[in-house]
Every structure is written in structure tokens, then in C-alpha cells.
Design a protein around this ligand. Structure first.
Ligand code: SF4
Ligand code: SF4
Length: 496
């Protein structure tokens, strides 16, 4: 585990005294040429990469007007400085959002503003050089692109978008992150983030059918590549094998079974996640998203439903139609796409699903809002549906639910500490430090209300919590998914 003194956990975090450079040693593993090249990037730093990086910045600010506005409009008011979980947990001032932005803005100022060209030192403008590149590589991969800072910025400046631009620039000159880029390469090669062979996915689904039938006496199906099914389910690949994720997958299957909705996974697109978002690459995000369209057409489905994965839902909700649409071949009575929570909530409201809440009576639950769902998407027809719908499902499936501190949930939620391409072992130190605000809020409800489990609807959150909770003296099994609760409580008919 990580070698640093565990801070006192508080319901809401205390702003630390700054420790300059304390996280400067941390850097992701760099991608090798065989990982870079399939994504369309140079295998290593290109000749004259400094100018190439400056040119790429010029291209991106022209292409994305928001980036230009964000670079020009910061008034250095300081409202964002204490809003980042990585700053609160590490005390490194470069993890303050405004300082993270300044890493790129100082280069922008040097090459794209008159004061920066004429009086660089006076206006804090910096040349693009190796020192700057190394600093970018370290600190832009200490941003989980969670957008909490943007909520508190009076101008709505989104540091996540600046981090994505910096990552895209670095990739374009041959400096990519091994973790994210390797995952994207696996999607292109195997259809899923984990590099699982079709046979392994098929075997897992077959054994799930056996396990569920043995446990419930009901034949719940987990189909793969079934042509003519109504629903194509896009789940994170962690759902196929990892705990607690797989219990959520069982829950999705039971919901479809009970509602009599035919559904299927696709081996061509057995992955809801889209790491193209994390590296700010429109091209790679599109390549990953197009698989969803191809799978839907090949299988002749009528609806596309996404499972519990935060960034997958963000890409699906915000960009799927732009990236891979139009989806005019799907049933127009349903939104494209849908979230599994929307499906379950609708069925629950119409009385199609019934629950025995007492099946979850051994737990006291709280809900962690995942960043990409909370701050970058919506759900259903309700205003703030992304907050309401998961909570309504939880309340319908258990008797004991309490909220964490209001300043740590809903739109103000704290990141789990490992989103946006940071869920990799070499970043464990910042992952653990970044989890401090969430763990503090959890500790409070554990002490005050006896909370035993924390629910989320994101594969990355679940993976991160299972890994770092023991460090904070919580049981790794405290982390679970909404559809795990659904799975426990749903009353099944013996329908084939
Ligand atoms: S997007 Fe999240 S991780 Fe990145 S600087 Fe803002 S608060 Fe920190
Ligand atoms: S809150 Fe917005 S305007 Fe203020 S310093 Fe942060 S990014 Fe700049």
C-alpha cells in the first residue's frame, strides 16, 4: 500500500497547508510504440516536438471554442483552489485546479498572446520545453477529469477539458499514457477494455446462468450475440468477472427476465467504457463508439442500454449520437441510449418489478454519486434525474438508507480518486490521497448512522473503493452497486 501518514478523516475536508512539489515525483508509465501506434500516435517523441506541441495547441483551441474561452477567461479569483480532492488529499499546490490549468495556459500565453510574445517573464509565459512536458505528464495525469472545480468556478471553467487537451497534445507528439492507451488498443483488438477473448466472455455468461438458477431456481438468461433481441446491453467489462461488479450484472439480467425483455451482449462491443474520453481524443472516442452502432445493426436490436459505468454513461448520454448516430433504426419510443437505472426505475414505477426490501436488511446503505454521472449527464425526464433515479431504486430495495454530508454528494460529489485514466497501480499514491475527502464523509456516516455499505453506479468507483478502502480501515466489500441491491431484493417469477 501507500507510504504516507493517513490523515484524520473529517465529514468535510480541511484545507491543508500547501506542500510545494510533494507530488512532483509521480508519473504514469509512458506508452511504448506498440501501444501508441494503433491509436494513430507517434511511437516516441517526434523531431521538433516542441513546435509540434505548440501547433497542436493552436489546432485544438481553434477546433474547440470552449478551450479557447477557458484559456482566456480565468480571473484568478481562487474559488476553485480548495475544490479538488487531489489537492485536499496531497496539499501539492499544483493540484489546485487553477494551478493545473496554468501549466497549459502559461504555454498558450507564450505563443498565442501578444504580452506573452513580447514580455514572457512579466506575464508568466513559458516556452514549451522538456521540463514543461514532464510537468504536464505528471500533473495532467493527476487529474481525474471529475469537473468538481468547474461547479465552483464562477465562469464555469472546466479543468477537465484543459487536461484532456494537454493529454491529446502529448499523445500527438509521442508521449502517451500506457494505461489509457493500452486499454483503448484492447478495445480495438478484443472488443473490451480487459482484452477478454470471446470464449472467456461466453463461458462467464454461461456459468452465471448456472449460478443464478442454482441460487434462485429461476432460469435467468445472460445471452451473447443473440440476433433479434430487443436490447443491446453495453456494460463495463469489469461486470463480467470482478467482485462486486458481477453481482450488478446478475441484477441487470434479473430485471430483464422479470420484465420479459429479451436482451443480449455483443462480442463485437462487449464493453460500455470509452477511454477515448480520458485522453481527449475525438478520433479514438469515435472509433470506440462506432462499435456500439455496428453491434446494434448486426444484431438487429431495438434499444441500447448502458450498465453501471460512469464515464461510459457520460459518453453515451452526451456524445453517442454525435459520434456514431443517427440511431434512427432503433425503436423511437425509447431514448437513445438508456441507462439501466432508467429501465429499472420505469419498470418499478409501472409495478412490473416488485422487491422484498428485507433481503437487504443486513446493511445500512449510503450512496456515492459518481462524477461523470453527477456532473456530465442526466437521467430520465426528471430534472436532476441522475441524482433522484438511483436513490429511488435504492430506497425501493432496502429499508436503511442515509445520505453523506450534502457538500460531498450530488453535484458537489467528491471523486472516488481514480477516474479519468488514473485507475492504475503506479498512481496509487495520488489515488489514495485523492480518496481522503470521500472516505472522510463515509467515516462520518459509519460512525453516526452505522453505515455498512456504500453504493455507486460506476465500475471505476467500485474498483477504486475495493482497493483503497482497507487502507482507511474499511472492509473492501463495503463497496457495491445499485443493481446488486436490486438483485438481492427482486421477486422473480419462474418464467423461461
Ligand atoms: S477536474 Fe477534478 S481532478 Fe481535475 S482539477 Fe478539477 S477537481 Fe481536480
Ligand atoms: S474559480 Fe475559475 S476563474 Fe476562479 S481561479 Fe478557478 S478557474 Fe480561474
Amino acid at each position: 500500500m501507500v507510504d504516507f501518514e493517513k490523515p484524520e478523516l473529517r465529514e468535510t475536508p480541511v484545507v491543508p497547508s500547501i506542500k510545494p512539489g510533494v507530488m512532483s515525483h509521480l508519473a504514469s508509465h509512458v506508452a511504448k510504440p506498440k501501444i501508441q501506434e494503433p491509436l494513430g500516435y507517434p511511437g516516441e517523441l517526434v523531431d521538433n516536438w516542441e513546435q509540434a506541441a505548440v501547433d497542436k495547441l493552436g489546432e485544438l483551441k481553434g477546433k474547440y471554442r470552449s478551450l479557447q474561452v477557458f484559456l482566456d477567461s480565468c480571473v484568478f479569483c481562487g474559488a476553485c483552489t480548495d475544490k479538488c480532492h487531489y489537492f485536499l488529499g496531497s496539499a501539492d499546490p499544483k493540484n489546485m485546479p487553477v494551478a493545473r490549468q496554468e501549466l497549459l495556459r502559461s504555454v498558450y500565453r507564450r505563443y498565442y498572446t501578444l504580452p506573452g510574445k513580447w514580455f514572457p517573464k512579466l506575464v508568466g509565459a513559458r516556452d514549451m520545453n522538456r521540463e514543461v512536458l514532464d510537468e504536464w505528464y505528471s500533473y495532467f495525469y493527476q487529474c481525474s477529469e471529475c469537473r468538481r472545480c468547474a461547479v465552483f468556478c464562477p465562469l464555469g471553467i472546466d479543468t477537465a477539458e484543459i487536461a484532456m487537451a494537454a493529454r491529446e497534445i502529448m499523445d500527438s507528439v509521442g508521449r502517451g499514457q500506457k494505461y489509457s492507451n493500452e486499454v483503448i488498443g484492447k478495445v480495438f483488438k478484443f472488443g473490451n477494455n480487459l482484452g477478454l477473448a470471446v470464449r472467456a466472455v461466453a463461458d462467464t455468461l454461461a456459468s452465471l446462468e448456472e449460478d443464478v438458477e442454482e441460487e434462485t431456481g429461476v432460469k435467468v438468461r445472460f445471452p451473447l450475440d443473440e440476433e433479434g433481441a430487443e436490447v443491446l446491453l453495453m456494460a463495463p467489462s469489469a461486470d463480467f468477472f470482478a467482485e462486486p461488479h458481477v453481482d450488478g450484472l446478475i441484477g441487470y439480467g434479473k430485471v430483464f427476465h422479470q420484465a420479459g425483455i429479451s436482451w443480449t451482449f455483443s462480442s463485437h462491443a462487449a464493453e460500455g467504457g470509452n477511454f477515448g474520453l480520458f485522453i481527449g481524443s475525438y478520433d479514438n472516442m469515435r472509433r470506440v463508439a462506432v462499435r456500439v452502432r455496428e453491434a446494434a445493426l448486426d444484431l438487429g436490436v431495438k434499444r441500447i442500454v448502458f450498465g453501471e459505468c460512469g464515464h461510459a454513461w457520460r459518453v453515451a448520454y452526451s456524445f453517442l449520437n454525435t459520434l456514431a448516430g443517427p440511431f434512427d433504426f432503433l425503436d423511437p419510443r425509447y431514448p437513445v441510449p438508456q441507462h439501466i437505472c432508467e429501465v429499472t426505475y420505469d419498470l418499478m414505477k409501472r409495478g412490473v418489478l416488485k422487491f422484498d426490501k428485507s433481503q437487504n436488511d443486513h446493511m445500512v446503505l449510503t450512496f456515492h454519486d459518481s462524477c461523470n454521472v453527477a456532473r456530465a449527464s442526466g437521467m430520465g425526464d426528471l430534472a436532476d434525474g441522475q441524482f433522484t433515479i438511483p436513490r429511488e431504486i435504492i430506497k425501493a430495495t432496502c429499508n436503511h438508507f442515509v445520505e453523506m454530508s450534502p457538500s460531498t454528494i450530488r453535484g458537489a460529489t467528491f471523486c472516488c480518486g481514480a477516474g479519468g485514466g488514473t485507475l492504475t497501480d503506479e498512481l496509487m499514491e495520488i489515488r489514495t490521497r485523492g480518496a481522503v475527502p470521500r472516505m472522510g464523509a463515509l467515516q462520518h456516516v459509519t460512525d453516526k448512522h452505522g453505515v455498512t455499505h456504500m453504493v455507486s453506479i460506476c465500475a471505476i468507483c467500485k474498483s477504486q473503493f475495493s482497493k483503497i478502502m482497507p487502507y482507511f480501515d474499511f472492509d473492501a466489500e463495503m463497496s457495491m452497486g445499485v443493481h446488486q441491491l436490486v438483485s438481492n431484493a427482486i421477486i422473480l417469477d419462474k418464467r423461461d
